[in-house]
Design a protein around this ligand. Sequence first.
Ligand SMILES: NC(=O)c1ccc[n+]([C@@H]2O[C@H](COP(=O)([O-])OP(=O)(O)OC[C@H]3O[C@@H](n4cnc5c(N)ncnc54)[C@H](OP(=O)(O)O)[C@@H]3O)[C@@H](O)[C@H]2O)c1
Length: 271
Amino acid sequence: MNTFINKTVLITGGTDGIGKSLVLQFLGFGANVVTCGRSQQKILALEAEAPMGKLSVLPVDVTNEKECEKMVLHTVKMFGGIDILINNAGISMRGLLEDAGPGLIPVIKKVMDVNFYGSLYTTAYALPYLIKSKGVVVGVSSIAGYRGLPGRSGYSASKFALQGWLESIKTEVASKGVHVMWVCPGFTASNIRNVALNSKGESQGESPLDENKLMNADECARRIIISIQKRKRTLVMTFQGKETVFMNKFFPGLTDKLTRRFFFKGGELVK
Ligand SMILES: NC(=O)c1ccc[n+]([C@@H]2O[C@H](COP(=O)([O-])OP(=O)(O)OC[C@H]3O[C@@H](n4cnc5c(N)ncnc54)[C@H](OP(=O)(O)O)[C@@H]3O)[C@@H](O)[C@H]2O)c1
C-alpha cells in the first residue's frame, strides 16, 4: 500500500468502529490522517493509541456546518491539502412509524443530519482541495442504501440520499479527475447498534444482533482501503449484503417478504 505514503486522508467519525480501524490502518500505511468525533473520552483514547505527528483528532460534530469547514481548513493547514475524504460518521435508529407516529420525525431528522448533511457539509468544503489533488471522495453507505430496512426507515433514507447525491456529483467532477465512490458494509461488529436512536430519540443501549458473529471493523476497513486503492465505483460487503442487493434488484416482491421474515417474529420487530 505504498500508494498512501504521505497522502492526507480526512475521515469523519474515526474515534470508534469502522472509522477507527480506517484511521489506524491508514496511519500504518504512512498516511497523514485527520479525524473527528464528539466524545472527548474516545478522542483521548485514540490519541493514546496512535503515533503522534501523522494524526490529528478534532472534537467536531458533523451536523455543524461551521465545524466541518474548520475541520477541512485545519487539515489543509496541517498537511497542505486533502487526497482522500471518507465520509464515515454515522448513526442508526430503530423504531416503527406505525408505533411512534409523528414522534419518529425528529429521530429521522437527526439521522439525516449526521449521515447525509454531515457528508454534504464536509464534502462541499473539501471539494476544491480534492480537485487540486485529483483525489477521492468516499461515502460509507450501507446495504440499507440499496434496500429499505424495516425499523430503520430514517437510516435507509439517509443512505439512499447519500448514494444518490454521490452518484450525481461523481458525474459532475469526473472530468476534473476526482473519483467519487461509496462503500456498503454489511452488518459489522461496532457500537452503532448500541447507540442507535429508539423512537424517543434516546440510545437504545443494546444490540439486537449477535455482534460476535458479524464481520469485524478491521476487516471491513481493510476491504474499504483496497477498494479506494483500486478506485472502485462501489463496494458491497458480506455474502448476505451482496445477496440482498442482487435479490432486491431482480426480485423486489420476494425480497419484501424475505426482509419481513428476517426482521419480524409474530408481528413484532425483533432485529
Ligand atoms: N456497523 C455496521 O453494521 C454498519 C453497516 C453498514 C454501514 N455502516 C456505516 O459505517 C459507518 C461507521 O459506523 P460504525 O459501525 O463504525 O459506528 P460506530 O462504532 O458507532 O462509530 C461511529 C463513529 O462516528 C462518530 N460520530 C457519530 N456521530 C457523529 C457526529 N455527529 N459527528 C462526528 N462524529 C460522529 C462516533 O463518535 P462520537 O459518537 O463520539 O461522535 C464514532 O467515532 C456509519 O456511516 C454507518 O452507517 C455500519
